[in-house]
Write a protein that binds this ligand. Structure first.
Ligand code: PLP
Length: 399
């Protein structure tokens, strides 16, 4: 009988709770009609890509040399494209990147996986704050390393620095952060980033080796607060950025993003070579070429995130009025309220009675909470409120 890699069979067989919830919602929609089911399970952008994206695709397909347009680019991405991305960041953040700091990838997922293989040596640990994007565990472990989740401060989901410092050890190779955050929607304040940078400087000094910071930023442009989002590499030199256009330009299916390795990062020459090497070893070379050329000409553009802001405002205000507790979500398109009983799975099952589909926080390493993905039509947000209300009433709230 044929034998296969056990771990891969397991990963390919077990379904994530997000996928399971999504499948439930689809099955119910087929049964009772889509307008009866309020599916808040999945983070698929509900706002279309800007018109310019479609126009550019048409223009490129009609006018560009098809051999070049559809051909291989260099493994790390087209040189002109990488230069355009560097110029854009330099304009926005006063940095001095050039194209040779970039490696284009099939989304942030590939970027993260590349960076983890580039940095990870046997025995290394990667620390992240819980709740966290569940694929971190899969990616870190498949790079042969260990993920160490540290609970965030549950009041505001900023970093709990006492817990964080206690989790750092000489085995810590890097820390993964994600702000704006999936699943909480929380944005790290400047004070948090400053303190994080200071902690990493001190611990790097203490352990005699650099602790790198991996900033996973697919939601970078989706922010609603007054304060601009801190540009993390300006606070900590040894930061690698994993970026994606999946959310900002609503292009998740096109699989395009990049890894940025600033030249001031410790050991830049070998580090960038390791990123290229990991891309090669994983077969993640030459990110989709048509969309390389598209994103290079869409710098500064986003999908209409005003719709997400409206959704957030309606839902957050209503939930708080009903008595739910929810940390301030100033970015991305997720809310992460506390569940009204300790067992988030039981809470989600009760919600399903109303065809209200939510994801338990346990999936993100944070029980007692539930993720609500509000990247859905505003009409769905409005119609779901009565369901959230009935659910709250089951627990004696909002009567
Ligand atoms: N990181 C986080 C925090 C995410 O939420 C996602 C997708 O939802 C990814 C990475 C992967 O994004 P991509 O579609 O660019 O691979």
């Amino acid at each position: 009988m044929a034998r296969f890699a056990e771990k891969m069979v397991q990963l390919g067989t077990e379904r994530s709770e997000i996928r399971e919830a999504f499948a439930f919602a689809q099955a119910r929609a087929a049964e009772v009609g889509p307008d009866k089911v309020d599916d808040f399970s999945i983070g698929n952008p509900s706002v279309p890509a800007p018109k310019q994206v479609g126009d550019l695709v048409k223009e490129l397909v009609d006018a560009a040399d098809p051999v070049q347009l559809h051909g291989y680019t260099p493994a790390q991405g087209d040189g002109q494209v990488r230069k355009a991305l560097a110029d854009d960041l330099n304009r926005r953040y006063g940095t001095d990147y050039d194209g040779d700091c970039f490696y284009l990838t099939a989304g942030a997922a590939a970027g993260l996986r590349i960076v983890l293989s580039a940095l990870g040596c046997p025995g290394d640990a990667f620390v992240t704050m819980a709740p966290y994007f569940p694929e971190y565990k899969v990616f870190v472990e498949s790079a042969g390393c260990t993920l160490v989740p540290v609970p965030a401060d549950l009041e505001d989901f900023q970093i709990d620095f006492a817990a964080f410092q206690a989790a750092l050890t000489p085995q810590t190779k890097a820390v993964i952060i994600n702000s704006p955050n999936n699943p909480t929607g929380v944005v790290y304040s400047q004070a948090t980033i400053e303190k994080l940078a200071q902690t990493l400087e001190e611990k790097s000094q203490e352990y005699g080796h650099t602790i790198y910071l991996i900033s996973d930023e697919p939601y970078r442009e989706i922010v609603y607060g007054e304060e601009p989002l801190p540009w993390v590499p300006s606070y900590y030199a040894n930061t690698l950025v994993c970026y994606s256009y999946s959310k900002s330009l609503s292009l998740p299916g096109q699989r395009i993003g990049y890894v940025l390795v600033p030249k001031c990062a410790e050991g830049f020459g070998e580090l960038y070579a390791a990123v290229c090497g990991a891309g090669r070893a994983l077969g993640y070379v030459c990110a989709p070429s048509l969309f390389q050329f598209v994103v290079a000409r869409c710098t500064g553009q986003t999908a209409d995130i005003g719709i997400y802001r409206e959704n957030r405002d309606i839902l957050l205000n209503a939930l708080r009025e009903m008595g739910y507790t929810c940390a301030q979500p100033d970015g991305a398109f997720y809310l992460f309220p506390r569940t009204l009983e300790p067992d988030a799975h039981a809470f989600c099952q009760r919600a399903r009675k109303y065809d209200l589909v939510l994801v338990p926080g346990d999936s993100f390493g944070c029980p007692g909470h539930v993720r609500i993905s509000y990247c859905v039509p505003t009409e769905q947000i409005r119609r779901s409120l009565v369901k959230f209300q009935k659910l709250a009433e089951e627990y004696g709230l909002g009567k």
